[in-house]
Write a protein of this length. Structure first.
Length: 277
C-alpha cells in the first residue's frame, strides 16, 4: 500500500487577484450569493466617484476613502448606484483564505462591519497600494513577505477603524483602548480622558453598553494575561504582576485569589503538575 504524504494546511496568505477598474453605469453589479468562485477575501477601495454595497444590515454608498470587505458566496451585493453622476473608480485585492488572514479578516467584519474607512495618506492605504503594486509587478521577496504584508494590511485596517471611533463613538474607542493597553499601568481616568469624556460618564455608558464595568474588564484582561504567564513561564510574581498591568505583586495576588480562589503560586504548581502528566 502506498501512503500519500500528509498535506499540511497552508497558513501563509497570498494575493491571487487585483486590478484597477472604472465603471460608468448600473450594468456593473455583483450579487455575491450567486457567485461560483471560491470563498476568498475581497478588499475593494474607492479611488473616486461612488459605488454602493448592501447586505442584511442595510445599503451603503461608497465615496472616496471607503473600503468594502466581503467574501464571495455571502449574502451581499455591490455595484454602480443609479444616483451616481460620475465614474466609479476602484481598486481591489483578492486574497486567498488562510489560517493567517481569515481570523483577522473575520474580526474586522465582526467588530466594524463590511464598509470601512481607508483615507488617503493612512497606513492602511499605503499598505493596500504596496500590496497591489507588488502583486502587479510580482516582486514580493518571497511568500512569507507576501503573507506578512497581508497581515500588516489587515492589522492597519483594524487600527484605522479603532482610531475613527475616538470621535464618532468615544465609548467604543475606550473599549478598544482597554483591550490594547491593559498591560500598562493605565487608569480609567486616563482612558476616559483619551476618549474626551469624564470618568463618570465613561463608566456609566460603558457599563450600560457592555453589561460590564470598564474596571471589571480591565481586571479580567490583566488576570487572563497573568494566568497565561504563570502557565508558560518561570517569571517571578513581581515581574508577572508588572507586565500584566498590576501596580505590585501584592495587588496582583489579592486580585488573583479573589477571582480564582487560589494563589498564583498554587495555580502555577497545579499547572506544572498537569503538564507533566
Amino acid at each position: 500500500m502506498i501512503r500519500l504524504p500528509h498535506m499540511r494546511e497552508d497558513v501563509f496568505a497570498r494575493v491571487d487577484g487585483g486590478a484597477d477598474e472604472t465603471r460608468h453605469d448600473t450594468s456593473y453589479y455583483w450579487d455575491n450569493s450567486k457567485r461560483s468562485e471560491s470563498n476568498r477575501i475581497n478588499l475593494q477601495r474607492t479611488l473616486s466617484g461612488e459605488g454602493f454595497f448592501e447586505n442584511e444590515t442595510g445599503r451603503y454608498l461608497l465615496p472616496k476613502g471607503s473600503l468594502i470587505a466581503f467574501t464571495q458566496r455571502e449574502n451581499s451585493r455591490y455595484g454602480y448606484p443609479a444616483t451616481a453622476t460620475e465614474p466609479y473608480r476602484l481598486r481591489y485585492l483578492s486574497i486567498d483564505p488562510s489560517a493567517t488572514a481569515t481570523p483577522l479578516f473575520n474580526r474586522i467584519r465582526r467588530d466594524f462591519g463590511s464598509v470601512l474607512s481607508m483615507p488617503e495618506g493612512s497606513e492602511s492605504c499605503a499598505l493596500f497600494d504596496e500590496l497591489y503594486q507588488r502583486f502587479q509587478a510580482r516582486n514580493f521577496s518571497d511568500r512569507y513577505h507576501e503573507s506578512e504584508l497581508v497581515t500588516r494590511l489587515l492589522t492597519a485596517i483594524y487600527r484605522q477603524q479603532v482610531n475613527d471611533t475616538q470621535h464618532s463613538d468615544p465609548v467604543e474607542y475606550g473599549y478598544h483602548l482597554l483591550r490594547n493597553r491593559f498591560a500598562s499601568p493605565i487608569t480609567l481616568k486616563e482612558i476616559a480622558s483619551a476618549c474626551g469624556v469624564t470618568r463618570e460618564h465613561f463608566i456609566r455608558s460603558f457599563s450600560r453598553r457592555y453589561q460590564q464595568s470598564p474596571g471589571a474588564l480591565l481586571r479580567q484582561l490583566r488576570l487572563q494575561h497573568a494566568r497565561g504567564l504563570l502557565e508558560t513561564t518561570a517569571q517571578p510574581l513581581e515581574t508577572i504582576a508588572r507586565s500584566s498591568g498590576f501596580s505590585s505583586a501584592n495587588v496582583f495576588c489579592r486580585a488573583f485569589r479573589s477571582a480564582y480562589h487560589t494563589t498564583p503560586t498554587q495555580y502555577r504548581e497545579a499547572a506544572n503538575r498537569s503538564a507533566e502528566l
